[in-house]
Structure formats: structure tokens, C-alpha cells
Design a protein around this ligand. Structure first.
Ligand SMILES: *Cc1c(COP(=O)(O)O)cnc(C)c1O
Length: 232
């Protein structure tokens, strides 16, 4: 394990000051933007640093199987959130492992999650993942189809939709990410108006583009490499 606890704490301080600067530029209160450490590919010892640090409630993981192996080996009361693509045949296991699922992008997955949550006697928190950058390489419901997906989610008694998530397209042009995040906020605002309900969480921004995401209203930045170093 090459990352030390001290180095991790230094990285947390750096990312938090980046968040504070972005909030200051955007005229936002830094308390409105939470930091979700993304621990995919990191060993349980490193996830334990997140617990030890004390400043976090949750971590993000992108694979069901990896989390099934890792979560039992991490002590302490973290919440685990799924941020990676989910197949409906893994829904039951995902509901057992995660407190919230951010990557819900089609009706088949919605229905499978609702059924599994019902069987486990839970109401599962979810975000709808929207392909706000219209990137053929990304998962996520198309912006035009988001209202229908939300309408369906609202009929499912064991799910609670808390907001939206997006991943910006990879691009050398920084305005691409910024436009994607602005688009997600507009989609959210339109859905709130149309369905008359709160969708407070806007999960957008990663190590490379969190500043643009905060400028456009992100409430949750998902950060891996800036906290844990580059993934192998
Ligand atoms: C890996 C990942 C992140 C974190 O990416 P970094 O560039 O390492 O900060 C955020 N969101 C999702 C969905 C991811 O898969």
C-alpha cells in the first residue's frame, strides 16, 4: 500500500480548499457541497483511512462484486453508494450492499431495485443518472427520456428519488464539462417544476472537473484520484 494516512489527510485538505475556492467564486456556501471519496480499486486498508479521518459519512464504489468483497473488511459506520453501471440481475445484491444507488438509468433496473428493496423491507434511496452530455460512451438516461423515467420511479413504493447524477464527457475542452453540468441542473429544475417535488441532490464533478460542477450547482462531488492518487 503506497498511500499513507498522512498523505490521504493532506489530499483531503487540498480538495476541501479547492471546493471552498470554487464555492467562493460561485457565491455558494461550502456546506452545500459534500465530498464523496471514490474508493474503487482501493484496498480495505485505504477505505479505513476514510473512516479514521472522521470527516466523511459515505464512500462511492463502482462495482457490486468489488464492494461485496471489500465492505465486510472495513470497520465503522460508513454508508456505501454505488456510482457505477448496474445490471438488473445484480439488483438484489446491490440493495444488500449499498445505502444509495446513483446510477439508475432505465426502467428495468428501477423495477428490479424496487422489488429487491421491498423484499428486504427497505425504502432505497436512488439518483437517476442522466447522460446530460449526450456522450455515446456514457451510461445514463437521455435527457429527453428523463421525465418518463422519473414518472415511473415515483410509482414504485420502495424507492425514493433524491436527485440526479451525471458524468461529463472526456474532453480537452473545459467548456464541455461546464455545459454538461449546466444541462443537468436545467433538467433537474424542469423536473422539479413538472412533478412538484424536491430533487435536491445534484451529483456531479470528479477530480478533473469539480470546479465547473460547483459553479453549476453540484451538491456532491465524487472524487477518487485527487484523494487516493492515480489508479493503476
Ligand atoms: C471513478 C469515478 C469517479 C472519480 O473519478 P476521479 O477522476 O478519480 O476523481 C467519479 N464518478 C464516477 C462515476 C466514477 O466512476
Amino acid at each position: 500500500m503506497s498511500l499513507t494516512y498522512t498523505a490521504f489527510c493532506d489530499h483531503v485538505a487540498e480538495v476541501r480548499s479547492r471546493i471552498a475556492e470554487s464555492c467562493a467564486r460561485a457565491g455558494r456556501n461550502p456546506a452545500e457541497v459534500r465530498l464523496l471519496p471514490v474508493t474503487k480499486t482501493q484496498p480495505p486498508e485505504v477505505v479505513q483511512f476514510v473512516v479514521q479521518h472522521g470527516g466523511f459519512e459515505a464512500v462511492g464504489e463502482n462495482r457490486v462484486q468489488e464492494t461485496a468483497e471489500k465492505r465486510p473488511r472495513v470497520a465503522g459506520g460508513l454508508r456505501w453508494e454505488l456510482i457505477g453501471h448496474l445490471q438488473s440481475n445484480k439488483a438484489r445484491q446491490a440493495v444488500e450492499l449499498f445505502e444509495r444507488i446513483q446510477s439508475v438509468d432505465r426502467d428495468k433496473v428501477l423495477i428490479a431495485l424496487d422489488r429487491a428493496a421491498g423484499e428486504q423491507g427497505r425504502r432505497l434511496a436512488v439518483l437517476l443518472q442522466v447522460n446530460a452530455g449526450n456522450d455515446p460512451a456514457k451510461f445514463g438516461v437521455d435527457p429527453e427520456a428523463a421525465p418518463a423515467l422519473l414518472e415511473q420511479a415515483l410509482q414504485l413504493p420502495h424507492l425514493r428519488v433524491e436527485g440526479l447524477m451525471t458524468i461529463a464527457p472526456l474532453s480537452d475542452d473545459p467548456t464541455v464539462a461546464r455545459r454538461t453540468f449546466a444541462r443537468l441542473r436545467e433538467i433537474r429544475d424542469a423536473l422539479v417544476k413538472r412533478f412538484d417535488l424536491p430533487l435536491n441532490e445534484l451529483s456531479m464533478g470528479m477530480s478533473g472537473d469539480l470546479d465547473a460542477a460547483i459553479a453549476e450547482g453540484s451538491t456532491l462531488v465524487r472524487v477518487g484520484s485527487a484523494l487516493f492518487g492515480a489508479r493503476g
